[in-house]
Structures are given as structure tokens and as C-alpha cells.
Design a protein around this ligand. Structure first.
Ligand code: ASP
Length: 453
């Protein structure tokens, strides 16, 4: 691995690249540990559930790095560009990419759920009687969820800003930290010599944190084994998971088909179209990040691994990963958007069966599509965040939230697939946006010249 704290380019980008986290074998170990995790959870669910602490340690170690890494990498990205104004074109391209892929994902979600019609014929009353209503009551009671589209926009805008920088760090609210880092590093680029020390410090911290992530990834097979086996063990130990999967079979198939189309056809096509890269090779290069996303169900916790894979294995330039991935992990959630649209329409199909007066036509489907897009942008990159922001979508078309317990039992399971899709969407975004950076703006670990604007 690289020498933590070393700042010369060769050391960060060169020698370590091929050895990142142990190469191809490492990915095989990760896949094997997920397979083994299922088997152990199936055969010895109580033992598997007791391994939760191992998973929690791994998760904490990853999450611990997120805030400093996001701040240091965004700052280091801007410092590498030398002038914040050079972010204009890539910035617009990134936002355009996020929006385009989210809208595509939602559209796929709406289409698959209309084709499969998983909500038709579901016996909601019987399933609701046996479900966990407490969690949903708690969700519905919190009056934090916005009511109308105006409210949603207001909240999204406010999410960009904080009145307490330290508070945002404590709560891992990445968006205001990204905004601050862009502005702060932008200021540094105007300060000439006086900023040299701080710039060296920031880029040094960034390199050291990435080295730490590489070290952490050596333990990933054990970490993800514990995470996956304890979660599935817990589900199998309760004894109802297989039955719940059966009851919601078509719903699960619908969501997984939608995610599969988006992640394995649409995103690869976009990647090939804009970069002429081989998409399936790219999936292989990003596989450690995708497996970590599946295991942690958190795209924020996965972010350090995503950055490491994109830069060291997929060869996406630092200038792009440092900026596109942190922002993407926060606002670009294709899997979540697709899921929210599909789940809301699934609930609408169930509700319509017993409430013939409930109007559910084209307009409502469009309202669901729009609010699902906004809800996904607003969702945090943490486990099952999509379920919380789904209240916005249900409210927007007047669907009662008491149907949420129906999908709750399988939400944690689907969450893993949508998180992997979210992470893959961000990675493709980093490769696509990479093309739009000014050609001479190579991010080095330490900018030689800090421009004076
Ligand atoms: N768990 C997802 C993520 O971290 C968010 C969600 O859909 O619940 O990306």
C-alpha cells in the first residue's frame, strides 16, 4: 500500500494502483464471503445473528472516514483544478448526469410495476394484521416529512446549507460539508503563497485517508461476511422471512427486475456511449465497492471504497472522483428513485382494489415519478433511508401510510440491491464527467501553482 501521508503523485497514483486492496483475488474473497454468509445464516441463523458486532466494527471503521474524506477530497479536487471556476463545465455535466439517470431510473420503475402489476390480488388485510405497525406509526407521527412539492423544494434547498459546520460533521450531513469545502478551497486558490501550507495539509490528509481505506479493505471479506450473515441470520431466526418473500414475490421480482435493467443495461450503455469503456470490465473494476454497498446497505459508508476503486482500479482521474463521487453519494440515487416509484405504485394498486373511488391514473403516476425523483435526491445514503422519504411520495398522491408495513419486511433486503445500484450510478457518473474536465487540469496531490484570481 502507499505510504500514508506521502503527497507525490507517483506514490498515490502509480505503484499502488495495481495492488489496490490485493487485486482480483480480493474480489473473489469478497464474493466467497457473501456466499458463505448466506449458507451460515441459513444453517445456523442464531449463531450468524450473533456475529453482528463484527459487522458493526467494520461499518464504523468505514463510516468514521466518510466526513474527513469527503471534505479533504472535495477540497483537494478544487485545489488541483487551481481555480473553482473551472468546475463550471464538469459541475453542470455532473448535475445533468445525476438528473438524467435518476429520471431514467424512475421511468423504468414506473414501467416495470405497470407491466408486472404486483399489487393486484394481494391480500392486504391479512398481511397488515401480521405486520410491524409500530415502526410505521413512529415514521408517520414524525411531522418532519414535507407535505407539498413546494415544501420538498424548500427542504432540498435548505439541505445544502448549515448554520453549524461542526453539527453537520457530527450528523454526517454531507451536502453542506461539500458546499463549504468547495467555497473554502476556492478561497485557498486565490491566496497564493499564503495558502501553500494549508493546501499541502489538505492533500496530505486526503492521501492518508485513502491509504487507510486501502488497509481497511484488506479486512473487507471478514467485515462483509459478518454484516451479511448477521442480517440474514436475524431474518431466518425470526422464521418468517421466507414466507414474507413468498407473499411479496411479485413485488420483489418487480423491483429487482427494474434495478437489473437499470444497472446492467441502461447504465452500462450510458458508460459505453460517453466513454467507450467496456462496461462489464468497469463493473469488475468497481466490484469491491458494489459488494460493500450490498453488504452495508449504505452508499455513504461505501463512499471511501467507491473512491478507492474508481481511482485505483478503474483509472478514473482523481479530479473527477474527488468531486463527482462525494456529491453523487449524497444526491444521485438511481436505485432509491426506481424503488420509491415502484413501491408507491404497488401500494396504489393494492389500495385501488378496496377503494374504487380512489383516482389513480396517468396524472398520479406522473406525480409519483416526480416526487420519487425528489425524494431520492433528499434521501440520505444510509440503510433504509428510502423507506422514510417514501412518505413524501405517498402523501403527494394521497395514499395512506398505513400500507407501509406491507413492504417493511422485505425492505432491508431490497435496500441492498438499490444501494449497489446507487453506488454504481455514481461510479459511472465519475467516469462520464471525467471527460468534461479541462484537459490541462490534472489533479495532482499537491498543486504546484496556486492561482491568484
Ligand atoms: N440505503 C440506500 C443508500 O444508502 C438508500 C435507500 O434507498 O434507502 O444508498
Amino acid at each position: 500500500m502507499t505510504n500514508a501521508g506521502m503527497t507525490d503523485d507517483e506514490n498515490t497514483n502509480g505503484e499502488s494502483g495495481s495492488k489496490a486492496a490485493g487485486g482480483g483475488n480480493h474480489t473473489l474473497y469478497m464474493i466467497a464471503s457473501i456466499v458463505l454468509a448466506f449458507v451460515v445464516a441459513w444453517l445456523a441463523p442464531h449463531f450468524a445473528a450473533s456475529l453482528e458486532v463484527g459487522g458493526e466494527v467494520f461499518l464504523r471503521l468505514l463510516t468514521m472516514v466518510v466526513v474527513p474524506l469527503v471534505m479533504a477530497s472535495v477540497m483537494s479536487g478544487i485545489l488541483g483544478l487551481g481555480d473553482v471556476r473551472r468546475l463550471g463545465k464538469p459541475g453542470a455535466a455532473a448535475v445533468g448526469y445525476y438528473l438524467m439517470t435518476t429520471v431514467l431510473a424512475v421511468t423504468i420503475g414506473v414501467i416495470v410495476v405497470n407491466v408486472f402489476q404486483p399489487g393486484v390480488g394481494v391480500n392486504a388485510e391479512q398481511m397488515l394484521a401480521a405486520s410491524d405497525t409500530e415502526t410505521v406509526d413512529a415514521l408517520a407521527d414524525s411531522d418532519e416529512h414535507p407535505k407539498g412539492i413546494g415544501d420538498i423544494f424548500k427542504n432540498l434547498l435548505l439541505m445544502l446549507f448549515t448554520d453549524n459546520l461542526l453539527g453537520s460533521m457530527v450528523d454526517t450531513q454531507l451536502l453542506p460539508l461539500i458546499v463549504f469545502s468547495i467555497v473554502f478551497a476556492g478561497m485557498l486558490t486565490t491566496m497564493g503563497e499564503r495558502a501553500q501550507l494549508l493546501s499541502t495539509l489538505v492533500t496530505g490528509i486526503n492521501d492518508a485517508l485513502l491509504s487507510f481505506v486501502m488497509l481497511l479493505m484488506k479486512f473487507a471479506p471478514i467485515g462483509i461476511f459478518c454484516l451479511v450473515t448477521s442480517k440474514f441470520g436475524e431474518a431466518f431466526a425470526q422464521g418468517t422471512f421466507v414466507e414474507q418473500l413468498n407473499q411479496l414475490f411479485w413485488y420483489v421480482v418487480t423491483v429487482l427486475t427494474g434495478l437489473g435493467i437499470h444497472a446492467l443495461i441502461v447504465l452500462p450503455f450510458i458508460l459505453w456511449f460517453f466513454t467507450r469503456r467496456n462496461p462489464y470490465e468497469f463493473i469488475r473494476q468497481m466490484s469491491d465497492a458494489l459488494l460493500t454497498a450490498f453488504s452495508t446497505a449504505s452508499s455513504s459508508a461505501t463512499l471511501p471504497v467507491t473512491m478507492e476503486c474508481a481511482e485505483k482500479k478503474a483509472g478514473v482521474s482523481k479530479r473527477s472522483t474527488e468531486f463527482v463521487l462525494p456529491l453523487g453519494a449524497t444526491i444521485n440515487m438511481d436505485g432509491t428513485a426506481l424503488y420509491e416509484a415502484a413501491a408507491a405504485i404497488f401500494i396504489a394498486q393494492i389500495h385501488s382494489a378496496t377503494h374504487p373511488d380512489f383516482a389513480f391514473g396517468m396524472t398520479e403516476q406522473i406525480v409519483i415519478a416526480v416526487t420519487a425523483t425528489l425524494a431520492a435526491i433528499g434521501a440520505a445514503g444510509i440503510p433504509e433511508a428510502g423507506l422514510v422519504t417514501m412518505l413524501i411520495v405517498l402523501n403527494a398522491v394521497g395514499l395512506p401510510v398505513h400500507y407501509l408495513p406491507l413492504i417493511l419486511p422485505v425492505d432491508w433486503f431490497l435496500d441492498r440491491f438499490r444501494t449497489a445500484t446507487n453506488t454504481f450510478g455514481d461510479s459511472v457518473g465519475a467516469a462520464v464527467v471525467d471527460q468534461t474536465f479541462p484537459k490541462d487540469a490534472e489533479t495532482t496531490s499537491l498543486p504546484d501553482v496556486v492561482s491568484v484570481a
